[in-house]
Ligand binder design. Structure first.
Ligand code: HMG
Ligand code: MG
Length: 304
């Protein structure tokens, strides 16, 4: 076992992975307010929105307006999802300087999510990544369904590594390896991360765990033990992919922060300020949030 990292970087998913999966369409103004609150927390990476087809994700159809209106805090990056050149151009026009392309290790899921085969997605992204690098942007590549597909087709760790290597070879600066439907367990994380480490420097990999079966925090710990020091998480535990039936929220930012800080691992993030952002968006959405640490903080205030 490696020694644990002293510092961890979090990529905040609430505004993108979170709001894409809400039945309620949040107004542009409330999205801007939510992202501005997140910008004040110390988080260095806040995924802001998606420049995808508004037919695919109507919840984020206002991506251009939201991106243009958020207050860009110094030192904070605001990546956005761009599945094709049309999305890339929209993102560039809105002023983005960090983009993410997204494919998967499951053919079936890729087809449902972006209407492409995995190979077609890689061909499409080659052009997007080339344009982004020419424009001096930072580029992330997602590999979804890394531990299982919502459609039952088999996903092997080798397939995840192969797609990840292709994304890095085409010029992605970093990868996010996604447990889209929250089926992974720590022993699988150990196997997958050690296989990835043979091909890709670990400081270019973030893990993206959904907490559908309650294993996300255990998976974060397993990945930390393997030397991963970047994680995706979502304020309040929002999240899920409308094209992955049954998928629920990302691991809660407050939960990851609680665990890391109690373990003496630094993040630079103020959990009380994340809680304030979560409170705000919970009020907008009108439902409870799943993050256990958020709930615990709220409950202790109520007792005071
Ligand atoms: P398609 O229908 O094959 O695309 O969709 P198309 O090129 O044939 O275009 C169809 C229509 O969409 C056209 O409009 C295009 O102009 C328009 P029409 O002529 O019918 O009026 N269009 C666009 N409009 C705005 N922005 C664009 C764009 N592209 C096309 N970028 C496509 C293919 C990829 C566009 C579509 O399937 C799509 O947008 N999919 C996105 C799905 C999505 O966002 N899923 C959630 C994110 S992934 C996720 O959550 C997982 C992750 O969190 C990691 C994990 O958990 O594992 C990242
Ligand atoms: Mg996700």
């Amino acid at each position: 076992m490696m020694s644990l990292p002293k510092r961890v970087t979090l990529f905040e998913m609430g505004a993108r992975d979170g709001l894409q999966n809400e039945s309620e369409i949040v107004s542009a103004g409330d999205k801007v307010r939510y992202i501005d609150l997140l910008s004040a927390t110390g988080l260095g990476w806040i995924e802001a929105t998606s420049f995808v087809s508004p037919k695919a994700i109507p919840q984020l159809a206002d991506a251009g307006e939201v991106f243009a209106r958020i207050r860009k805090a110094p030192g904070v990056r605001y990546p956005v999802l761009t599945p094709n050149m049309k999305g890339y151009q929209r993102a560039k026009d809105a002023g983005a300087d960090a983009v993410a392309v997204f494919t998967a290790a499951s053919e079936h899921f890729t087809k449902r999510n972006i209407n492409m085969t995995i190979d077609e997605s890689l061909e499409t992204f080659r052009e997007v990544v080339r344009a982004a690098k020419n424009d001096g942007m930072w580029v992330r590549g997602y590999v979804s369904t890394a531990f299982g597909s919502p459609f039952g087709d088999e996903v092997t760790p080798r397939a995840v590594v192969d797609v990840g290597v292709k994304l890095i070879e085409m010029g992605c600066d970093s990868l996010s390896i996604g447990d889209t439907i929250g089926v992974g367990v720590p022993s699988q994380v150990e196997v997958l991360v050690s296989m990835l480490a043979e091909k890709i420097p670990l400081d270019r990999i973030a893990m993206h765990f959904h907490d559908t079966r309650g294993t996300a925090l255990a998976n974060v710990y397993a990945a930390l033990q393997q030397g991963i020091s970047s994680f995706d998480s979502s304020a309040g535990g929002l999240g899920g992919c409308p094209y992955a039936p049954g998928a629920t929220g990302n691991v809660g930012t407050e939960d990851v922060l609680y665990m890391l800080h109690q373990m003496g691992i630094e993040t630079g993030v103020d959990v009380a300020k994340v809680r304030a952002a979560s409170r705000f968006i919970a009020g907008v959405l009108g439902h409870a949030l799943t993050s256990k640490a958020f709930q615990a903080m709220e409950a202790s205030t109520q007792r005071l």
